[in-house]
Design a protein around this ligand. Structure first.
Ligand code: F6R
Length: 262
């Protein structure tokens, strides 16, 4: 696992964008896994900037989002489809028919979830998955207790997540209680993963996820078994880590040998 730490959120967002760009440039028909929430917003605005300056094209990119609130239509302002359109897709040269977000209004959940997984497989699998982390350690909406082998499915949101996400709704009662999410097992099948976290509020859970034991009670801890995972952290989010000196040393060594060390 790589842990990249910079003073500010802006710096880690730019570095994450450089990584995404370099990966997209290397492969035709790139499959990009995406997250919503505050954490990837800096990355998305950097990618928009690159696209608008003709430094990066999304014409051959296909995307899969991690999750969607159950019960919200794609035109609901708090739906994740709406979020993605407004914060990324509307501003880049991507073919919208190649942007996949789980359908929060599906009537046949089981078939839909199987279908979503199959779409990922048919596309050749996710080349790079972008993640944020919930304050309870969730990735996607895999709340504590999610099986580490879980697949795309309906999940009941944890009280902490409802509290955290109520900032986007008029009040807490309007936050949906359920979501469709890729499973931890689905996420771990991505060929590469990056996780972006910023702010003191994430410091404790980041330390547990990176330096604590792997446990189903902290879904992000499962990333420890992934072969190619990079954390992008600002100093606040990294502030409870014990091995910061080592992570900085590894990054320096990468500079020396010109190669990423996972
Ligand atoms: C959203 C998602 C979630 C968020 C997490 C952190 O698609 O998958 O796991 O990444 O809740 O949210 P923020 O970034 O708003 O703190």
């Amino acid at each position: 696992m790589r842990v990249i730490i910079r003073k500010t959120y802006e710096e880690i967002s730019l570095l994450a964008a450089e990584l995404v760009k370099s990966r997209i440039e290397k492969k035709d028909n790139f499959v990009l896994g995406l997250a919503t929430g505050s954490s990837p917003l800096g990355l998305y605005s950097a990618l928009i900037n690159m696209n608008q300056k003709n430094l990066l094209s999304f014409k051959n990119v296909k995307t899969f989002n991690l999750d969607e609130y159950y019960g919200l239509r794609g035109d609901h302002p708090q739906s994740y489809r709406y979020f993605m359109d407004v914060n990324l897709f509307n501003h880049i040269d991507i073919d919208k028919s190649r942007t996949m977000v789980p359908d929060g209004t599906t009537k046949n959940l089981e078939d839909f979830c199987l279908w979503y997984e199959q779409q990922i497989k048919n596309s050749g699998g996710i080349d790079l998955q972008v993640l944020g982390i919930g304050s309870d350690g969730h990735i996607g909406f895999n709340e504590p207790g999610s099986p580490l082998s879980s697949r795309t499915r309906l999940i009941a949101l944890d009280a902490q997540t409802i509290e955290d996400n109520s900032r986007f709704f008029k009040d807490k009662n309007q936050v949906p209680r359920f979501a469709i999410t890729m499973g931890v097992g689905t996420i771990l099948e991505a060929k590469e993963i990056i996780l972006i976290a910023s702010g003191k509020k994430k410091a404790q859970i980041i330390a547990k996820a990176i330096e604590g034991p792997i446990t189903g009670l902290i879904s992000a801890s499962a990333l420890q078994i992934h072969k190619r995972c990079t954390y992008f952290l600002d100093e606040d989010a990294a502030s409870e880590l014990n091995r910061i000196d080592y992570y900085r040393f590894v990054e320096e060594a990468e500079g020396t040998i010109g190669k990423e060390i996972f």
